[in-house]
Ligand binder design. Structure first.
Ligand SMILES: Nc1ncnc2c1ncn2[C@@H]1O[C@H](COP(=O)(O)OP(=O)(O)OP(=O)(O)O)[C@@H](O)[C@H]1O
Length: 294
């Protein structure tokens, strides 16, 4: 079942600037969809409409089958939003801030449970202003999870987190996805999208310029094989050399090219030292797409 449906979404700011130009995508229940793009591509402008904070200039948005703007009262209790800046009274303690937020919800999780999800139970009596940047980010996530949302909006959820906290947050998000929560993620960490997203879209100047599963998006870009070649014999494939003497072969068929190279090395009894073979990363695909689109 479709949890989020966006069709032909256009958003204009006063003055007529079109920040979002005819964007369409679907997010199925229990799926994570990542919205990626360069600065100013229109991700936040899109997500704000899906969250029901603004009405689209053109197009339609459905969240759990409802219009999030005109039927906000029906949609809001079923979604959780993690904003970039939570904005809590800094003098409240972590547990007071969480209780205060819980007071606005119909059937919230217990405060201790929400804090335990993000490893903040031991910080319950600390004032919000005394939290580190990463702890504050985890508090924002705890608040987004307080209402047991069916749909979760995550805007840069791991910015400022140390590597261990980032892994823990990813693990928590994976657990939520397994439990059937639908997640719409915006992030600049391509590794995060590569790890977690079932499908993604890359935006550029208000339009979606690539969309699909991570491998659908990445497979369009060549894989690379690099090594230091043996001296004295010509290689069987076209390769670019760098100043260190290492060569790189680009291929759209990693398995066959690698097979050809290894068979050649074997029959000539030579070593391909420092051999490294890899598919394009999401980051390489992203940079290539952004460059093409520009
Ligand atoms: N309130 C506003 N009024 C006018 N223009 C705006 C407004 N908010 C955003 N914009 C413009 O709309 C475009 C898209 O902005 P948006 O914040 O949606 O991009 P983004 O993809 O989220 O970028 P970032 O990665 O930097 O957060 C930008 O050109 C921005 O300057």
């Amino acid at each position: 079942m479709t949890a989020i449906e966006v069709r032909g979404l256009t958003r204009r700011y006063s003055g007529g600037f079109e920040a979002v130009r005819g964007v369409s995508f679907d997010v199925e229940r229990g799926e994570m969809f990542a919205l990626l793009g360069t600065n100013g591509a229109g991700k936040t402008s899109t997500v704000e409409v899906v969250e029901g904070l603004s009405r689209p200039a053109e197009g339609t948005v459905r969240v759990l089958g409802h219009d999030p703007f005109t039927e906000r009262a029906v949609v809001r209790p079923r979604v959780g939003v993690m904003l970039q800046e939570g904005g809590f009274p800094p003098d409240l303690t972590v547990s007071e801030a969480t209780k205060m937020w819980a007071g606005t919800l119909t059937s919230p999780r217990p405060v201790a449970e929400a804090l335990a999800l993000v490893d903040l139970e031991h910080r319950a009596s600390v004032r919000v202003k005394q939290l580190s940047g990463g702890e504050r980010r985890r508090l924002d996530l705890a608040l987004a999870l307080l209402g047991k949302p069916e749909v979760l909006f995550l805007d840069e959820p791991t910015t400022g987190l140390d590597p261990e906290s980032r892994r823990n947050t990813w693990e928590l998000i994976r657990t939520l996805l397994r439990e059937g929560v639908t997640v719409l993620l915006t992030t600049h960490y391509l590794e995060e999208a590569q790890e977690l997203a079932d499908r993604l879209a890359i935006m550029h100047r208000g339009r979606i310029v690539a969309q699909g599963t991570v491998s659908e998006v990445v497979d369009a870009y060549p894989s690379r094989i690099s090594f230091v070649p043996p001296s004295g014999i010509p290689l069987p494939v076209v390769a670019d050399a760098d100043s260190s003497g290492r060569v790189t072969v680009r291929t759209n068929d990693l398995q066959s090219t690698l097979h050809e190279l290894l068979a050649w090395a074997h029959s000539n009894d030579v070593a391909l030292s420092g051999l490294d073979a890899r598919s394009a990363s999401l980051e390489e695909a992203f940079l290539a797409i952004a460059e093409e689109a520009a």
